[in-house]
Design a protein around this ligand. Structure first.
Ligand code: ZN
Ligand code: ZN
Ligand code: FE
Length: 739
């Protein structure tokens, strides 16, 4: 007689039916049940058959399942004369919650099969697909603990639910048109519109209307991506003049708008179904305002039955943008989108936990994870160190938190930017949900060293032991933790903003770090930021201040009034209302504005992106600008002077942009070599918002590897500030232990 305990992703993925079928196949008796810490199987029978059974469990488990740990104990119990699935039980430890899963092939087929009883049913799902994370109120994951509790199954669904050999056996959200949630189409005043909601929605989209569509983890705002007028109206309503929109279409249509490799297609078709940002194809058959000034386009495949029903060859390309106002959490109810949409396609299965679409930017050797949300949360991340129950609250932008205990860390979805009340409310609600599900009661809280971040205030109000971790150190530690690195590394954190202990804004750290401490090796020289962070939206002001600091001719800067010019000149001269910064992000902003690529920024990193895109247009050059490295500083004044000279000589702007990128890669390499000579360290870790620039990432990985460095780039954890809470928790725990 044996007791088998299995931990991992095993709830809501058809694991128990799989065990049931397997036990019957091997004629083994006993039972299986979900516990709050995973799945437990008690089994009796022939030893040989049992070993075979275990082998199959390990090898042939359902594709959505992921076994983290399988433990077998010999026990003495009564003999069983059959094998059953028992009701869920509560137990100590973690239960892992499955992420929301994209529609599986079987369900998609039934959806389009006119003979199937769920033909055209917009909420079809099974044990292999459908909502999980987003409908959970509490654990264990059983129907009464989800937003399906108000729907009682009809006899047809119940039979499937209770049939161990059916694909819907114990699929908690199982439903059909007779008994399940219903679609409704509402007008802008939230009044029901008569007629078939799907047919009507398609009609309206074709007419250029803007429609809020309830997805799995939140609402999208949809419109026809080939209709200029509709896209422009959407931009106006969302107050989003240029930030790119993502486009959803069928796999067969994808090749018409972007270049995609077979491995990228596989990722798009996975149950995570992320947004992939891929090179646009020429000629652009979509509206030119979908992703203006941008050679890339975010694309994804239909991942809920509703998407499958709306897309067709008559309406092949839809903008599907997160239903929210700028940087706020994604809406879970149509009322949250008031004023933004003409109509709302909604249903009565409540979204309890929002999670936005995940975003990946493929580069040469790595997939850059820009947003880790739907499909990935709330899967745990294994830590290299033991942690006391702790909470990391993150930074300010691209907010996420981490809740950890022992060697498991639960990273929240992307929550928005922490500069508005809605995000902070969502933040604390989600913290509460995670604490409840994973039974973690924090005894330690980790935050940024920035005194004025909302998250820092939140952390202080918890009245728990607080450890504040420097922003770029947190960036580097998050990657060390992902790769479970044991020895010190050279960390490169190229970033927009991060509070330095010296009161300046950091963001170009090339450091030597382990989990307990970091030493800043090199960074850019301090440059003046007129008006502090406010200048981020006005890169011309940054360019002007940098040139004044460099003692350069400012006449190359156009499009700025003489009044603004003289104000900034005085500011820099008198060091009045100036913050010093060594941020790499600001250097990109400065150069982008110098080249006349952008005057005003309308979304984060817009200036830097323009510079990257400009460089991509140039025919390849190996040219670099001069710089010098002395006294732990990379002096960028020579770079700026040479760049201004090129502008005056009317050198092709794209070539200047590429030369600039080359220079960044090579001075970084120089600095790393210098640190390597001092420390012998060969492991290099990359993180920070600038590491979303594909030219920089490809260049750094290529050049570092060529010189024998082992490069670690985050894959499971975002490279931008979405990683900060992970680094905070790990560093805070090691710091507390080492005291
Ligand atoms: Zn399915
Ligand atoms: Zn039913
Ligand atoms: Fe950062």
């Amino acid at each position: 007689m044996w007791k088998i305990k299995i931990n991992g992703i095993i709830q809501g993925v058809g694991f128990r039916p799989f065990i049931y079928r397997l036990a019957h196949q091997f004629k083994l008796n006993g039972y299986v049940h979900n516990t709050t810490s995973g799945v437990e199987i008690v089994i009796s029978g022939d030893k040989k058959k049992f070993n075979h059974f275990i082998e199959k469990v390990r090898k042939n488990h359902p594709s959505g399942a992921d076994i983290k740990d399988l433990q077998i104990d010999k026990i003495k119990t009564k003999n069983y004369n059959n094998f059953t699935i028992k009701e869920s039980k509560r137990k100590k430890g973690f239960t892992l919650v499955s992420p929301d899963l994209a529609v599986c092939e079987d369900c998609a087929e039934e959806l389009h099969n006119s003979k199937d009883s769920r033909y055209g049913y917009a909420l079809i799902n099974c044990t292999n697909c459908g909502p999980r994370y987003s409908i959970i109120q509490n654990l264990p994951y059983d129907r009464p603990m989800t937003s399906m509790k108000q729907f009682s199954m009809c006899s047809f669904c119940e039979n499937e639910y209770n049939d161990p050999l059916n694909r819907r056996f114990h699929a908690q959200p199982v439903a059909c048109p007779k008994c399940g949630p219903e679609l409704r189409l509402l007008n802008s005043k939230f009044v029901s519109v008569k007629g078939d909601p799907i047919k009507k929605t398609i009609e309206l989209l074709k007419k250029g209307k803007i429609i809020g569509i309830k997805g799995i983890g939140g609402f999208h705002i949809a419109c026809n991506a080939q209709n200029d007028k509709a896209v422009l109206l959407l931009r106006k309503r969302k107050k989003r003049p240029r930030k790119p929109f993502a486009v959803m279409c069928y796999a067969e249509k994808l090749m018409e708008i972007v270049s995609v490799t077979s491995s990228q297609m596989k990722l798009l078709k996975s149950s995570q179904a992320p947004v992939l940002v891929l090179p646009k194809k020429e000629p652009d058959i979509l509206s030119s305002v979908v992703a203006p000034y941008n050679p890339f386009l975010g694309v994804f495949l239909p991942y809920t039955p509703i998407h499958h029903l709306i897309l067709s060859k008559y309406l092949p390309f839809l903008i599907m943008t997160s239903g929210n106002c700028q940087d706020e959490p994604i809406a879970k109810a149509e009322k949250d989108l008031e004023g933004l949409c003409d109509y709302y396609l909604t249903h009565n299965r409540a979204i309890i936990n929002q999670n936005d679409d995940s975003i990946i930017l493929p580069a040469d050797k790595v997939n850059i994870l820009a947003r880790r949300s739907r499909g990935y949360v709330p899967l745990p991340i294994d830590l290299p160190v033991n942690t006391v129950p702790s909470l990391g609250v993150g930074a300010q932008l691209k907010l996420s938190f981490s809740l950890a205990k022992q060697k498991s860390l639960f990273l929240s979805p992307y929550l928005g930017n922490a500069d508005n009340k809605k995000t902070m409310d969502f933040f604390s609600q989600t913290v509460d949900a995670y604490k409840r599900w994973f039974k973690i009661k924090p005894e330690l809280v980790a935050a940024d060293v920035h005194p004025d971040y909302f998250t820092t205030h939140f952390a202080k109000e918890l009245r728990l032991p607080l450890v504040q971790i420097q922003h770029h150190f947190a960036h580097i530690v998050s990657v060390m933790a992902e790769y479970k690195l044991k020895e010190p590394v050279i960390g490169i954190a190229y970033d927009g903003t991060g509070y330095g202990p010296d009161g300046t804004i950091w963001g170009s750290e090339i450091m030597v770090a382990d989990y307990t401490q970091y030493k800043r090796g090199f960074c850019l020289n301090d440059m003046p930021l007129p008006g502090g962070d406010a200048s981020i939206l006005h890169p011309l002001r940054i360019a002007l201040a940098y040139l004044i600091q460099a003692g350069e001719d400012i006449s190359v800067i156009k499009n700025i009034s003489s009044m603004e010019k003289s104000i900034i000149e005085k500011q820099v001269e008198n060091k009045f209302n100036i913050i010093s910064t060594s941020s790499m992000g600001r250097l990109f902003d400065c150069v982008s504005a110098l080249l006349g690529l952008i005057h005003e920024v309308t979304f984060e990193a817009e200036a830097a992106m323009r510079l990257e895109f400009s460089a991509l247009k140039a025919s390849s050059t190996r040219k670099r600008y001069p710089y010098s490295i002395e006294d732990n500083r990379i002096d960028i004044i020579p770079l700026l002077r040479a760049l201004v000279k090129d502008i005056k000589n009317k050198t092709d702007i794209n070539i200047i942009a590429q030369t600039f990128h080359n220079t960044i890669v090579f001075f970084t390499l120089d600095a790393v070599n210098k640190l390597n000579r001092l420390t012998n360290i060969k492991k290099v870790v990359l993180s920070g918002g600038v590491m979303q620039n594909r030219i920089i990432v490809n260049g750094l990985i290529r050049e570092l590897e060529r010189r024998g460095y082992e490069v670690f780039f985050p894959i499971q954890i975002p490279v931008n500030d979405g990683c900060i809470s992970v680094g905070q928790v790990v560093a805070a725990n090691v710091y507390s232990h080492s005291r």
